[in-house]
Design a binder for this molecule. Structure first.
Ligand SMILES: NC(=O)c1ccc[n+]([C@@H]2O[C@H](COP(=O)([O-])OP(=O)(O)OC[C@H]3O[C@@H](n4cnc5c(N)ncnc54)[C@H](O)[C@@H]3O)[C@@H](O)[C@H]2O)c1
Ligand SMILES: O=CCCC(=O)O
Length: 455
């Protein structure tokens, strides 16, 4: 691992200044025409696409993911600006038949105000654009705390915002590593900030929710997952293997929607395990800039330790490592082999906790009832996946899984058009889609009274 640069370590005074700028800018920005905001977002989108290679280089540099994945992330990240540029002019209210004689009820949607955004390192661009897009579309201004591990992508996005003609003060990035907890507390407790949107772990989400109670802010939380992926006997084997590989090993297992528990029905278990392991054996781990590399390093040594502890725990309880299971010190301290473990059971740590790394644990099950019960046993519920050719079962299981998003015969569910978010301890609120903007508006009801009909 090499030091590639340092971002300013900002403190509470710096963040207060950013909040003041956002608050001053809100007075004008809230009154811009939705069409003007749409044009700004569209321009920002265009600039991201024009500078796609440079942004991807930065993402690979600070996050480690292979350049092809980084390029994919830039396109995904930019899609939130494109999408919400199209949503901005469509912030419709309602006209509602009143239940009181002589009254008329209409609603308007207004921007909630200055928003605080906190996002993680695993998608240095996409996690923050998924919040800024709808916030700006609604007419809000933002203070975004860049991830400590990956601040440079945020700063590059900030530069592009200025080039896109977004007025100064509307988008403010703050950077910090050690000061993160005190900045987090300030963002939660400051009364000028009317909304906090957080993506990250469930533990930090709970802390931020507690801290925000002092100001009763509007909140959105996109938190941790522990996604079940179920392969039924009647699944198409190749589709299931491809989907499971894509879901499990995306970004080396470091996405919140990665499959964490792979349940395979007993009739197909051996065949699935064999094909799945064969694919995992074909991965090439190394520097994200090298051609042919499929997987980069993990983000830090804590991530490597968690992977090691889950593997060790599984082995001690009877699991068999069929692929990987080792660090790759010749490549660098945070490189780890993609790993497949068979014979995984509900007693192992991997069943209860999100690994957030390249470890695929294959559980065996017999019945639909049993697997749905196991899948729903987690405290969290972000994504779930299953593979079957039976349409009756597809509806049944999709409705029964306690998650916010279900992939049916696919391992990739991320799409700007589809609502993104969880249930249970994976948080609340939805990002992307036609619903994403709702997180950044308040609905105001206007009740007109004393209206007499013309007779
Ligand atoms: N649901 C989603 O959309 C989604 C997306 C990506 C990641 N995640 C989750 O994020 C986790 C991985 O990221 P992580 O380990 O970096 O999470 P984390 O919660 O430690 O950090 C996330 C962000 O919060 C900041 N942060 C940490 N402590 C804070 C505090 N006290 N106050 C304010 N900010 C604080 C960090 O600097 C970082 O920017 C996983 O659990 C993953 O599932 C969820
Ligand atoms: O890591 C979580 C977000 C991943 C995604 O949006 O697909």
């Amino acid at each position: 691992m090499k030091l590639i640069g340092k971002a300013p370590e900002m403190d509470q005074a710096d963040v207060n200044e950013a909040i003041d700028c956002a608050s001053a800018a809100f007075k004008g920005f809230r009154n811009t025409l939705p069409r003007e905001r749409a044009r700004m977002l569209r321009k920002w989108y265009d600039l991201m696409m024009e500078n796609k290679e440079d942004l991807a280089t930065l993402i690979t540099w600070e996050n480690g993911k292979p350049t092809a994945d980084a390029l994919g992330e830039v396109t995904y990240a930019a899609s939130f600006f494109e999408w919400f540029s199209e949503e901005a002019p469509r912030m419709y209210g309602d006209t509602i038949p009143a239940s009181v004689a002589g009254n008329r009820v209409v609603t308007v949607k207004q921007p909630v105000g200055v928003c605080a955004l906190i996002t993680p390192w695993n998608f240095p661009a996409a996690m923050v654009t998924r919040k800024i897009g709808p916030a700006l579309a609604a007419g809000c201004t933002v203070v975004a705390k860049a991830p400590g591990e990956t601040p440079f992508t945020s700063l590059a996005l900030g530069e592009l915002a200025l080039r896109a003609g977004i007025p100064p003060g509307v988008v403010n990035f703050v950077t910090a590593l050690d000061n993160t907890p005190s900045i987090g507390a300030l963002l939660c407790e400051n009364p000028t900030i009317k909304k906090l949107s957080f993506t990250g772990s469930t533990n930090v989400g709970k802390l931020l929710m507690k801290q925000s109670s002092s100001t009763l802010k509007k909140l959105s939380f996109e938190l941790g997952g522990n996604a079940p992926l179920i392969v039924f006997d009647d699944a198409d084997l190749d589709t299931a293997v491809t989907g499971a590989i894509a879901s499990k090993f995306r970004s080396s297992g470091q996405t919140c929607v990665c499959a964490n528990r792979i349940y395979v029905q007993s009739g197909i278990y051996e065949k699935f395990a064999e094909k799945f392991a064969e694919k995992a054996r074909g991965f090439k781990v190394g520097s994200g800039y090298e051609k042919g590399i499929t997987h980069g390093p993990l983000i830090h040594s804590r991530a490597v330790s968690k992977v090691e502890s889950h593997i060790k725990d599984a082995i001690s309880k009877g699991g068999h490592v069929v692929v990987g299971g080792q660090k790759l010190p010749d490549l660098g301290e945070n490189f780890y082999q993609p790993t497949v473990i068979t014979g995984v059971t509900g007693e192992m740590a991997i069943a209860a906790e999100e690994t957030f790394g390249p470890v695929a644990g294959l559980f065996k099950f017999d019945t639909e009832e049993e697997v749905v019960k196991a899948a729903n046993s987690a405290d969290v519920g972000l994504a779930g996946y299953f593979f079957t050719k039976d349409t009756q079962r597809a509806w049944r299981v999709a409705e029964a899984l306690e998650v916010g998003m279900v992939g049916i015969n696919t391992g990739i569910i991320s799409d700007v058009a589809s609502p993104f978010g969880g249930v249970k301890e994976s948080g609340f609120g939805r990002e992307g889609s036609k619903y994403g903007i709702d997180e950044y508006v308040i609905i105001k009801s206007m009740i007109f009274g004393g209206i007499q009909p013309i007779v």
